[in-house]
Design a protein around this ligand. Sequence first.
Ligand code: SF4
Ligand code: SF4
Length: 453
Amino acid sequence: MAQRQSIHPAGSSGYDAHHPPSGELIDKCVHCGFCLPVCPTYVLWNEEMDSPRGRIYLMKMVAEGDATINETWVSHFDACLGCMACMPACPSGVDYAKLIEATRAQIERRYTRSASEKRFRRFLFSIFTRPARLRALLWPLRLYQKAGLEVLVRRMGIPKLLPARLRAMEALLPRVPAQETLPELIPAQGERRRRVGLLLGCVQRVLFPQVNAATARVLAAEGCEVVVPAAQPCCGALLVHAGEEEQAVQFARQTIDAFENTRVDAVIINAAGCGSNVKEYGHLLRDDPQYAGRAKAFAAKCRDVSEFLAELEPRAARHALRLRVAYHDACHLQHAQGVRTQPRALLRRIPQLELLEIPEAAICCGSAEIYNLVQPEAATQLGDRKAAHVAALDADMVVSGNPGCLLQLQSALPRAGRKLPVDTSSSCLTRLSAAFLYDVGALPALLGSLLRL
Ligand code: SF4
Ligand code: SF4
C-alpha cells in the first residue's frame, strides 16, 4: 500500500494521499438528478445529502477543504447502501462505486467512530468473514430454535424490547441448515465441456450450503468439472464495501492464491456481493506489483453462475415446474455487474414456469451486506417496501441470487403477511414436492429442481 500522508491545512483536501475519491470522477457529475428516483435513501427521506448527487457534492467539499470529515458528513455515507442503483441511471457515466469505495476507506482511516460502534463493526467483520466462527455460532442458535425458544421469545414480544440492532439481528436469524461440505473435485456428467472453480462465499457456505451444493450439481449436470479449493478464504467483499481496505487486500491475495493453480476456465460465483468484489480485484490490488497482473487475470475469469450458464448451450433435460416465480434482482448483480437478463433467461427456459416481475426492481431490499445490521431502521423500511411488492404478486416462490437478499426477504415477507415454510434449510426439491405455501429460494437451487438433481 502506498505511503499515507495526513494533511489538512485550511483550504486543502481533508483526505489523505492514499487514493482519495478521484476529482476527475467527481467532476463528471453534472448535477442532472437522473439518479435521484432510483436512490433508496433519497426515495425514503427526500434529502439532497442522502442522494447520489448530494453525496458526490459532499465528497467534493472535503476534497476542496470546504468541509471536514465529521459525524454529520460521515452519517450521509453510512446511510448509503452501496447498492449502485445510481450508476446505470447516470447518463454521464459517473463511477459512484469507485467514489464510495475510496470515500469509505478514507472514513475508516480518518474518522474515529465511537467505542461501541467500533466494537459492533469489529464483531460483524470477525464473524462474517470467518466461516468457522460463523459455523460455531450455529450450535447455540440451533439449540435456541430446536428447543422452541425462538418461537416462545417472539410470541412473548421480547424482540421488541431489544435495542434496534439486536432486534434486527434476531429478526434476520435464518433456520439453521444442515452443513454440507463439497469435495474438492466434482466430475462433469457426460463429456466434460468446461473446468470451473466454485467460490463458496462466507455467509453462503455456512447459512446456505445447499445453494453451493445445488450450484455444483447444476454445473456438473451441464458438463462442467467443478473444482472447489478447500483453502479459499473470504473474498473480502464485506470489507471492501465497508472501507476496510487493508484486510480486504489480504483476503483478495489469499483468494487468488487458492485458485491460481487450478487451471479452471472460469471461477463461478453464486453470491452477488462476492461476484461484484472479485470482478474488481484488478482495481483493489493495483498498487501491489506482485499481484496486480494476477488480480486482473483472476477477475477476468469470474462469472456469476447465471451469466455462465446463460452462455453455455443447455445440455441437461429441462423438466416442467408449474410455478409462479417472482425474480428479485440483487443490487450487486443488476447494478454492479449488469447481470439482469441472464437469470430471467434461465428461468424462462423452464417449461410451465411463469416469471413475474417485481415492481421497483431497481430499488434495494435493504439488505446491502451489513447495512440491515448497522442501519436497521432504514433497512426495515426498505425490506417492508420490497415485501409489499412481492406479496402483491401472489407468487409461489421468490428467487434471488444473493444470500443477503434471501435473509432480508425471509425476514420481511412474514411482516407482509406471507407465510414461509417452516424449514427453509431443506432442499428446494424437497420443498417443491411438498405442498409449500410461499418460498424464498436461490436460483441454483431452483435450477437443481428443474434438472431433477
Ligand atoms: S449506492 Fe444506492 S444508496 Fe448509495 S447513493 Fe447510490 S443509489 Fe443511493
Ligand atoms: S445522474 Fe450522474 S451526473 Fe446526474 S446527478 Fe446523478 S451522479 Fe450526477
